[in-house]
Design a protein around this ligand. Structure first.
Ligand code: CTP
Ligand code: ZN
Length: 157
């Protein structure tokens, strides 16, 4: 019965990517990070929030016709380290990745410190060491500024 309910609520996709096990409440942020908000896109995109799963509630994002790049995995991991990325072809899951936190986040988050060298006119790529996992914590390699929670999700590039 549970399986049947799930199918009715969330339609399977034919080709594309399903980002599953997103931390509850972070689905919108995943859409934003994947640049699927506020612009014209061709893909069919769906999001489900507060879906029941064996480990409590989760959000799910489905994007038809798009397979994610590594850089996008890292971005998602910063806001939801336990998410899985499922690549779907012909309705089958052909690959499942647990996103996993990188040791360093390079060029994917802006530093919150406006005086940081990465925020000056000379372009220097941002770099953060991942210093915490739950919650995720980052420390800027250049200015030591620490960032966590909303600060991170609001500053993903
Ligand atoms: N999915 C989908 N369309 C498909 C196949 C799968 O939208 N054609 C979705 C499923 O609804 C699920 C996710 O992709 O949210 C992963 O599918 P699957 O590996 O079959 O599910 P589980 O075994 O439950 O995954 P996990 O073990 O990662 O929880
Ligand atoms: Zn900095």
């Amino acid at each position: 019965m549970e399986g049947k309910e799930k199918k009715i609520k969330i339609t399977p996709i034919e080709h594309g990517t399903v980002i599953d096990h997103i931390k509850k409440g972070q689905g919108m942020k995943v859409l934003r990070i994947l640049d699927l908000v506020d612009r014209e896109i061709d893909s069919i995109v769906s999001m489900a929030m507060n879906v029941n799963s064996s480990m409590g509630k989760k959000d799910i994002v489905k994007v038809e016709g798009k397979e994610l790049k590594n850089e996008e995995f890292d971005k998602i991991s910063l806001i939801s380290p336990n998410a899985t990325v499922n690549i779907i072809r012909d309705y089958e899951v052909i690959k499942k990745h647990r996103v996993g936190l990188p040791d360093f986040a390079k060029g994917i988050v802006r530093c919150k410190n406006s005086n940081c060298i990465t925020n000056q006119s000379e372009p220097v790529e941002t770099e953060f060491e991942v210093t915490g996992e739950d919650p995720v914590k980052l420390r800027c390699t250049y200015c030591d500024r620490e960032m966590t929670g909303e600060e991170i999700s609001e500053n993903v590039i």
